[in-house]
Every structure is written in C-alpha cells, then in structure tokens.
Ligand binder design. Structure first.
Ligand code: 13P
Length: 241
C-alpha cells in the first residue's frame, strides 16, 4: 500500500494563491505517494485533480438541515472529497470540540464511506508527566465508541503531539515509531482492526520528512506549515525519495 502525504493547508491562501498553488504542483507529484490535499472549503472544487486526492479539514456530523455555517460529509463527498480530518487539536482547543462531537463526526464520515483522519496527541504537560499512551488510548476509545466493527479499518489515525505543531519541535524518530506501534496495537487488540494506517504530524519539514516517513510503524505524514508554499511543499516531497 502507498504511504500517505496529507497536506493540511489550514486557513491559508486566497483565490489567486490557490490558483498559483495548483499550477505549481501540477505534474510534480510522484505516483509512488498517495498525496491528499486539504484546502479551505471554498477552494475544494478547484483542487480536484487526478494527481492527488481531495481531503477536507473538518465536517459537521449531520447530513443536512438548519446548521448555518456547517458542511456535511455528504456535501463534501459530492465535491469529490474522500478523506476528512476529524478532531484536529486546533478544533479541539479553539473550537471546543469534545470527544463526543469527534465520535459523532467519525461515525458520520464513515457512514458516507469516506475515510476519517482522526487526530490524537498529547500536550506538553502530559508528555512531561509520561502520560502520552494513556492520553492517546483515551482519545481513541472516546472517538471510536460504537463504531461499526467492519468500518474500523477505514479510520486513519494521525498522531499529532500538540507541542510539536508549528513549533519546530518533534519527538525523536524512535518515539514516533513507538507511538505508531502503540496505536496499531490498541486498534488490533481492542478493535480487531489489523490494517490501521497511522500518520505522524507536527513540524514535518525538509530535514526530517525522510527519516519519519521511513519508520516501520508510520504509514505517512500530515504536513501543515511546510505544505502551504507550493514550491517548498514539492521540495519537501522530493526529500522522501
Ligand atoms: P505543522 O506541520 O505546521 O506543525 O502543522 C501540523 C498540523 O497541524 C497538521 O495537521
């Protein structure tokens, strides 16, 4: 199976910059990788291309109705979205998304036969107290409550330590690989999901992408800042091969 590169563009780029982004990356992406671009909602349809897959940074859990400002998994699906990031720490912290909401979103995404990219990760204090595995396991258990057994292998888990996002800091490759192994073990033993893909996200850059990408228990990366400038994004991807 191809390893994944997910570009989370967050709330960056306007129309002109998006158009430039698309022309810059065109023809530059190797088909050895499964690249998923997650732009802001208004630009999703501009990004439709055979070269990469389309992802969304968020969704609501209802299918339709009076929910001003929200977007549903079925609406996203109709635009060609296949992957939806759920439970990003910025959503948890800034928009107060609870584990219950995240659980409802995971279920709603799977119901449309789309792939949730479920983000989990500890904060700095939890890391210093050596609580990382406990925190991650609890986030997984809460987010995956009552999810149909046969759909669990479609859930992609992104391990994103909060203290590593946008800081230039990362865990060591050994620590990242151990967390990948731990998450796969939880998914296998507790959920009988033996094919779970685990991504790493947090300060991925040109210097560290190759060593993290090649880790045995890591199936890809979730890139923020290093994906926003299209030239730097391609340079970063080129470091993998
Ligand atoms: P950075 O790569 O900018 O640290 O962001 C990571 C992230 O939050 C991806 O979802």
């Amino acid at each position: 199976m191809k390893k994944l590169v997910v570009a989370n563009l967050k709330m960056n780029l306007g129309l002109e910059a998006v158009q430039k982004y698309i022309t810059t990356i065109k023809g530059q992406i190797t088909n050895q990788l499964l690249v998923i671009i997650c732009p802001s909602f208004p630009f999703l349809s501009l990004f439709k291309s055979a070269e990469y897959q389309l992802g969304s940074q968020n969704t609501f859990y209802k299918k339709d109705g009076n929910y001003t400002g929200e977007v549903s998994p079925s609406q996203l699906k109709s635009l060609g979205v296949k992957y939806i990031i759920v439970g990003h720490s910025e959503r948890r912290l800034i928009f107060h998304e609870t584990n219950k909401i995240i659980n409802q979103k995971v279920a709603a995404v799977l119901k449309e036969n789309l792939y949730p990219i479920l983000c989990v990760g500890e904060n700095k204090e939890q890391k210093l107290l050596h609580k990382t595995p406990v925190v991650i396991k609890e986030q997984l258990n809460e987010a995956l409550k009552k999810i149909d057994q046969e759909m669990l292998n479609d859930v992609i888990i992104a391990y994103e330590p909060i203290w590593a996002i946008g800081t230039g800091l990362t865990p060591t490759p050994g620590e990242i690989n151990s967390m990948g192994e731990f998450i796969k073990r939880v998914m296998s033993f507790e959920y009988n999901a033996n094919n779970t893909r685990v991504l790493y996200g947090g300060s991925i850059n040109q210097n560290n992408i190759k060593s993290i990408f090649s880790l045995e228990n890591i199936d890809g990366v979730l890139i923020g800042g290093a994906a926003v400038n299209p030239d730097l994004f391609i340079e970063t991807l080129n470091k993998i091969s």
